[in-house]
Design a protein around this ligand. Structure first.
Ligand SMILES: Nc1ncnc2c1ncn2[C@@H]1O[C@H](COP(=O)(O)OP(=O)(O)O)[C@@H](O)[C@H]1O
Ligand SMILES: [Mg+2]
Length: 301
């Protein structure tokens, strides 16, 4: 994939990225994977966070849970991009590059979507993933600290300071990608762990993000709420998209499960189309903003 022009039939590569740990990359990744599998797409997943391997563990838990319960759960074809060891930085990077490109080469023509999870630290594989993305999804927590990576806000005001470190990394990745094959990576920022109670602080952050969206050319998704269910799912590998009933999960589904499901579907609706429809991509991308999240906002936990 690196070097030559991207073939029009190659998979749509979605990268989850943010230089901040705990912002919800791996949780969002597994939810997108399952949503796309349930929609009938062929999905491969790649874990480049080789130290934490959260996405890998989540998928392993899911496969084990399905086996133990004797139920059918969608499982992606999963790969781990291994970190290399060596004497020199260039030698290590060459090995990591070869290993990663080998994975991408293997999946690119056989899958509709490839979902790549990345580590929070600025590493070679993390930058490489960003440069290869067709769509970059950046979950951020609703706090000024997270906002600062994108650009932050000036003291007390809602004027963005357009110099966030992560936003610069994304801009560099976009330039790199455009030089290779002219593709402008689509960047979606999604607020995660939103508090159900809307506050003045939330409003300030939202208007700052809207300004930053124009400065850095990203699209702002509706957001995912803070929900206990997202934390509970990891051990079983289940997601909000799965059929949650007594037989599968041991408990009845709640309003919170359904609301979580709608939030994920809203995010999926923002994604670019799979490769077969890619020709019209430029006109399709600004997808209609789904209404379901707004309807559910009053439902609560
Ligand atoms: N919307 C959410 N509501 C509640 N907990 C969440 C939510 N999103 C993520 N979490 C929890 O936060 C922690 C970090 O999430 P994770 O997806 O591993 O972040 P990252 O991959 O960015 O480090 C996990 O324990 C996860 O269960
Ligand atoms: Mg993670």
């Amino acid at each position: 994939m690196a070097g030559g022009p991207k073939s029009p039939t190659s998979a749509h590569l979605i990268v989850l990225g943010n230089e901040k740990g705990g912002s919800g990359k791996s949780t969002t990744a597994v939810h997108l994977i399952v949503a796309l599998l349930k929609a009938g797409y062929r999905v491969a997943s790649v874990d480049t966070d080789s130290r934490q391997l959260s996405l890998t563990r989540y998928i392993e838990n899911r496969a084990r849970f399905a086996r133990e319960r004797g139920i059918l759960l969608e499982i992606p074809t999963h790969y781990v991009a291994r970190l290399a060891a060596g004497q020199t930085v260039s030698g290590i990077e060459a090995q990591e590059f070869a290993n990663y490109v080998d994975i991408i080469d293997r999946v690119e023509s056989d899958f509709d979507y490839v979902v790549v999870d990345t580590p929070a630290n600025d590493s070679y594989l993390m930058r490489l993933s960003h440069a290869m993305a067709d769509t970059l999804i950046t979950p951020i927590n609703d706090s000024l600290v997270d906002l600062d990576l994108l650009g932050g806000v000036a003291d007390g005001g809602d004027q963005p300071n357009p110099a966030g470190h992560y936003a610069e990394l994304v801009a560099a990745a976009r330039r790199q990608r455009q030089q290779v094959d002219g593709v402008l990576m689509d960047w979606i920022v999604v607020r995660n762990r939103l508090s159900m109670l809307s506050s003045r602080n939330q409003q300030t952050l939202l208007s700052a993000l809207e300004s930053l969206a124009a400065v850095h050319s990203f699209r702002l998704a509706n957001g995912i709420s803070e929900r206990v269910v997202f934390r509970q799912f990891f051990a079983s590998g289940l997601t909000a998209l799965d059929t949650l009933d007594l037989a599968t999960q041991g408990v009845e589904p709640t309003i919170s499960h359904l609301a979580a499901r709608h939030e994920i579907r809203d995010l999926v609706a923002m994604l670019g189309p799979p490769p077969a429809e890619r020709v019209e991509r430029a006109t399709v991308l600004p997808a209609a903003v789904p209404q379901s999240r707004r309807q559910l906002a009053s439902v609560g936990e």
